[in-house]
Ligand binder design. Structure first.
Ligand code: SAH
Length: 258
């Protein structure tokens, strides 16, 4: 565990990264925290293959969605974390991928700190890492891109704004989270700022899971191809990257023989 903030109350909250779905991609630290947990509060995106690894006596609570009802409110999640901690429990707050990437981690840490509870962060493998591995590519490459951006397609105000001019430059690479609904918006902004229309874009749905799907497209064709692909699972959009040929051939082979 990287950070340890100890206070004088008995409960402990571990903010744990569950990785992208394949249980093999959990860290050893995540697994240990998981096995020691009294309570696990998890997001909707966490796969069953991961949840099954929780200690037999651990209470699992899905705070991504309450039954068939509406989504949990962030304030309610904070309250629940604090309540379980104050009852002296070892609480694992399990978040998909890495808890520090688009995970509203700070809001929860602030609530836990305000209650005087101790907490730690256990990092995880973020979706971008799993997605790029799935297409046999590298997020950075000498002579192509010396930086990589992690973007969100939308934020609290709607579609998220970014430095489009910088992104539109040749060779740029970005990992776009929550990028499906905003695909047309992103396409429009990038083209407006001079991005080349045949810039490669690859979407990886359900990265690292048995039902992983790869959609290789271009900036120009993104909205149309995405609509046709009908992706319902979580998908990571890799801007500026095409699948390496051998991997692409394999994906197509798998599709044909499915
Ligand atoms: N903390 C997470 C991201 C949470 S935001 C992480 O580090 O991965 C949720 C978004 O992450 C989804 O909309 C999707 O864009 C992406 N995502 C999460 N799991 C994924 C997976 N297995 N495959 C592809 N994208 C995934």
């Amino acid at each position: 565990m990287t950070t340890q903030h100890v206070d004088n109350t008995t409960g402990q909250i571990d903010f744990v990264g569950a990785g992208p779905g394949d249980p093999e991609l959990l860290t050893v630290a995540a697994l240990r925290a998981f096995e020691a947990a009294d309570v696990v509060l998890h997001d909707r995106l966490i796969s069953d293959e991961v949840l099954i690894l929780a200690g037999a006596s651990a209470k699992l609570v899905d705070v991504g969605k309450a039954g068939f009802g509406p989504s949990w409110d962030q304030g309610d999640i904070n309250d629940l974390l604090v309540a379980h901690g104050q009852n002296g429990n070892r609480v694992v707050r399990l978040k998909s991928g890495d808890p520090t990437v688009f995970g509203r981690l700070d809001e929860e840490i602030e609530a836990v700190e305000a209650a005087g509870l101790s907490w730690s962060i256990v990092p995880g493998i973020t979706a971008a890492s799993a997605a790029v591995a799935g297409i046999g590519q590298s997020l950075t490459r000498r002579g192509r891109n010396s930086s990589i951006r992690f973007l969100t397609g939308h934020d609290m105000k709607g579609f998220a704004d970014h430095d489009w001019a910088a992104l539109a430059r040749r060779g740029e690479v970005a990992a776009i989270y929550m990028g499906k609904k905003s695909a047309r918006f992103i396409q429009g902004r990038l083209i407006m700022h001079g991005a080349v229309r045949n810039t490669p874009i690859t979407l990886v749905e359900n990265a690292s899971r048995p039902d992983q799907r790869v959609l290789a497209t271009t900036l120009d064709r993104l909205p149309a191809d995405l609509a046709q692909a009908d992706m319902n699972g979580p998908a990571l959009t890799l801007y500026g990257l095409a699948p390496r040929e051998a991997v692409q051939a394999l994906t197509e082979f798998n599709k044909e023989h499915a």
